[in-house]
Ligand binder design. Structure first.
Ligand SMILES: C[S@@+](CC[C@H](N)C(=O)[O-])C[C@H]1O[C@@H](n2cnc3c(N)ncnc32)[C@H](O)[C@@H]1O
Length: 192
């Protein structure tokens, strides 16, 4: 076995990937992580999905690929330029709601919503407002993080923030947490 992704790619993956490269956006999730996101998405038929940090829609395209037709995904980013790429390739999917908003404002305005699956890939819901995001996770719901191993683009001091976040997750009595030294460093937690 190796880590290569041999299965079909999402319909628009190559075009989003090319547009992402052309835009200069360098924060997209890697293909192994995206493959995992799709696999896990398929465990929640009819599910409500939340992605915090859409970027250009690369990870979004994989989550959508794993979702069934009865599922719904809200994906939030505050950068209209990257969201425009996601909208170009994924905006016609009726299961997807792309929201241009600040993560803090969006979480505060939607804290009563409940989700089966949260991919937290921006500050809010991960390093900030963790409690608020986890309170939106249903029992049995999946909370997923990537980029938990040191990355070349981490600013000074970020390593310590990552350690604190992992410790905070490990200490929670309401989660089962699995940490994987794989891809960019993945955490999968489920709500008890
Ligand atoms: C790691 S990238 C997301 C990558 C995306 N999930 C993918 O795999 O392609 C983080 C995203 O968070 C967004 N972001 C940064 N600060 C934000 C904020 N305050 N509110 C909402 N989104 C924010 C950035 O615009 C960026 O697109």
């Amino acid at each position: 076995m190796n880590e290569s992704v041999q299965q079909t790619l999402p319909q628009h993956y190559h075009r989003i990937d090319q547009a992402t490269r052309e835009s200069g956006f360098t924060m997209a999730s890697d293909i192994q992580t995206c493959s995992l996101l799709r696999t896990l998405a398929s465990t929640k038929p009819g599910g409500s999905f939340l992605e915090l940090g859409t970027g250009t829609g690369l990870s979004t395209s994989w989550i959508l690929d794993g979702m069934d037709q009865e599922s719904h995904l809200v994906s939030v980013d505050n950068d209209k330029a990257v969201l425009d790429i996601a909208t170009t390739y994924l905006g016609n999917d009726p299961r997807l709601e792309l929201v241009c908003a600040d993560g803090e404002a969006w979480l505060n305005a939607n804290k009563d919503m409940k989700y089966d699956y949260i991919f937290a890939d921006t500050w809010h819901g991960k390093y900030l407002m963790l409690e608020e995001a986890l309170s939106m996770l249903k029992k049995g719901g999946l909370y997923i993080l990537d980029d938990m191993l040191p990355q070349p683009n981490w600013p000074d001091g970020h390593q310590e923030k990552a350690h604190k976040l992992v410790a905070a997750l490990d200490a929670r009595p309401d989660l089962w947490v699995t940490k994987q030294h794989w891809a960019t460093g993945i955490i999968i937690a489920t709500k008890k």
